[in-house]
Design a protein around this ligand. Sequence first.
Ligand SMILES: Cc1ncc(COP(=O)(O)O)c(C=O)c1O
Length: 429
Amino acid sequence: MNFSNIMDSNCYSAGHPVDPAVGSMISARERLLGRSYRLFYDSPVHLVRGQGTRLFDVDGACYLDAYNNVASVGHCHPHVVEAVGRQLATLNTHTRYLHQGIVSYSERLLATLPDQVNKVIYACTGSEVNDLALRVAASHTRATGVVVTADAYHGNTAAVTAVSPSIGGPASTRPHVRAVPAPADPSQFTADIAAAISELRDSGFGVSALIVDTIFSSDGIFPDPTVLAPAVELIRRAGGVFIADEVQPGFARTGASMWGFTRHGVIPDIVTMGKPMGNGWPVAAMAARADIVEEFACEEPYFNTFGGSPASMAAAAAVLDVIEDEKLMSNAAQVGARLRDELTLVTHPRIREVRGAGLYIGVEVITDAGGPDRSGAKDLVNAMRQRKVLISVCGTHGNVLKIRPPLVFSHADVDWLCSEFADALDSSL
Ligand SMILES: Cc1ncc(COP(=O)(O)O)c(C=O)c1O
């Protein structure tokens, strides 16, 4: 089986000793499910309930969730639950009927985006909207070449797997795609983008798009806000468009603004979003400049049965309510800054750097010799899981701890995480 960096860096391996109840559920999954699935941690967690930043397992044990960005406004937030329940009990159809929900939500959503990005189309997943964005870009540019980062993940359709090198395997290395290393070094990033552009031109694909997760999460979390603008300028000069994949940093996570691209001072041609948009209800969107999306829209209609349904709009509107009412952007900025500071204070020779923006934080783990330490990072993640604090890993070498809690993370949660982190470091590295 091909190694998949994004899926296999923190996954359960068959045969790892687990308690009998967990073992029998794993066996049932193996009997029933396709082998594509992975479970987190050496000892998988069987969850039955969530509330805010807390998750509870089948035995009633409480975990601190420092990983899940989908339940972004907190697990089972009552305002979102009530809004979806009320809409489901009233009407749930699709976008071929008039409904006020999609109009009201679109006005609110577009008001959070730059003026130029003024049209929106809905789907259910980040994969679908990235797939759509690639189609829109190709129809606008009449080119197919795409530039991505070396450990990008943009989703799971055929077209999007092709621009997701971190999945691994033949479907994620396609000839019309050029992958450049993540922007650890800003000047090198620009040079790499320029080289990718000239290769795409020489190979006849032309330049359709640069698609980037604006916090570079699967690449290892690179928050430097100076790297994107020069890359976007190069892509535009080559006739391509810039697609900002906001599935990870969007909806206030980076603390500075609603969208990750704002930190970089760039205005995308196309913006895609999903995951936290409905706090667990599947809803996603592609927003774009009118002139770009109109071209595609005149060529072919787009319909997505569940995308933009009254229930999905109710969920998405309720999420915006909570972000505003509970001031979650400023919570992400303040609590995120403190979490970064506290993690930085827990010094250890095997921790090279703590970096991030808002509540998106990476902790880079190295070996005694100073190289990337994949197995050390995995051991730390599992030690934290044993201490009931849930985090994971990311990055090309799987050696960056990924800390990305719900936006309602509190100062008390920071204390809890940091004290377990200090213990886990001492015991596992
Ligand atoms: C940056 C990014 N884009 C797109 C996707 C795909 O989203 P979905 O799983 O909703 O299809 C993901 C999922 O992890 C993601 O991290």
